[in-house]
Design a protein around this ligand. Structure first.
Ligand SMILES: Nc1ncnc2c1ncn2[C@@H]1O[C@H](COP(=O)(O)OP(=O)(O)OP(=O)(O)O)[C@@H](O)[C@H]1O
Length: 289
């Protein structure tokens, strides 16, 4: 059964559309959400997390309608949400903040709650700094405090907006471990700009651009769409959509290759760049025509 069903979802800020005609079904497993700045990723995640109401279409989350008060409450009881931006009330320690969030999540029994807070603080690798004030933590540690509160109670739906921002490579690897384990039973949606995290972690990838879904399929499927369109050369090719000099001094070109060039295997990043670049070029052509 799908945990999330979106049909014809639309959202506007004033007159400007942020999401248009989004149809999606999400089930257990880890889904990565990619898209350029302003594509609508955070808007979509906020709607799933019941922090924002849709303007058009139908939204079912965990079998409930978030437009109903009772439906919203039922969703929130089974939801973990790591927002893109968040402030912390002053004075809290890492443990104290996560404990406070657990109280808001209706964990009344003190002993059970503290055991759960210790579990998620440990999962987020924060035990050594649990008694430090949140404001004295590093940016990556603060991000992990937010992750810890999202994991309280092993939610059925985890909505994580850029969870890897600011994490060092070891912490990112640890996060992948935590999320892939959670994805065995829960539905996880992760917005990120880190294509390598999506490639490492996600079964499914959705690419949003200008509020619409432009790709929805497997990571392998998206990578294979770039097959034959990445090549190495001694120079930047004038027709390449993207080109950069790699460590060896040669140029990695992404676009439409000339005949006889040295084609290499694409990465998810190459495929994503091509998908978004091709769409931007098609839109420009339509505007000119
Ligand atoms: N509160 C708001 N008021 C007005 N416009 C908004 C608001 N929030 C987002 N927008 C606009 O809606 C569009 C989608 O924004 P959103 O934050 O969902 O994109 P995003 O894909 O998460 O971007 P980023 O990768 O930069 O985080 C953008 O054009 C943005 O300017």
């Amino acid at each position: 059964m799908s945990s999330v069903i979106l049909t014809g979802l639309g959202k506007r800020y004033g007159r400007a559309p942020a999401l248009t005609g989004v149809d999606l079904r999400l089930s257990s497993g880890v889904t990565g959400l990619l898209g350029p700045n302003g594509a609508g990723k955070t808007t979509l995640l906020r709607i799933l997390a019941t922090a924002l109401a849709a303007d058009e279409g139908q939204v079912r989350v965990l079998g409930q309608n978030p437009a109903d008060t009772a439906g919203r409450l039922a969703i929130r009881r089974r939801l973990g949400y790591l927002p893109q931006e968040s402030g912390f009330p002053r004075g809290f320690t890492a443990f104290g903040f996560v404990d406070y969030m657990a109280i808001l999540k209706e964990w009344g029994d003190r002993a059970a709650r503290h055991a759960e807070v210790r579990r998620v603080v440990g999962l987020a690798d924060l035990s050594a700094v649990a008694t430090k004030r949140v404001h004295a933590l590093s940016g990556g540690q603060r991000r992990r405090v937010l992750l810890a509160q999202a994991l309280i109670g092993q939610p059925d739906l985890l909505v994580l907006d850029e969870p890897t921002t600011g994490l060092d490579p070891a912490q990112r690897a640890r996060l992948r471990d935590i999320l892939s384990t959670a994805g065995e039973t829960a539905t996880l949606v992760i917005s990120t700009h880190q294509t390598e995290d999506v490639a490492a972690l996600c079964e499914r990838v959705i690419v949003l651009d200008r509020g619409r879904v432009h790709f929805d399929g497997s990571v392998e499927g998206l990578i294979s769409s770039a097959s034959g369109r990445v090549w190495l050369a001694t120079d930047r090719h004038p027709d390449a959509q993207h080109a950069w000099r790699i460590g060896s001094g040669r140029w990695r070109n992404v676009g439409d290759p000339p005949a006889g060039c040295e084609v290499v295997d694409p990465t998810l990043e190459d495929a994503y760049l091509l998908l978004v670049g091709d769409r931007a070029r098609a839109t420009e052509k339509e505007a000119v025509a």
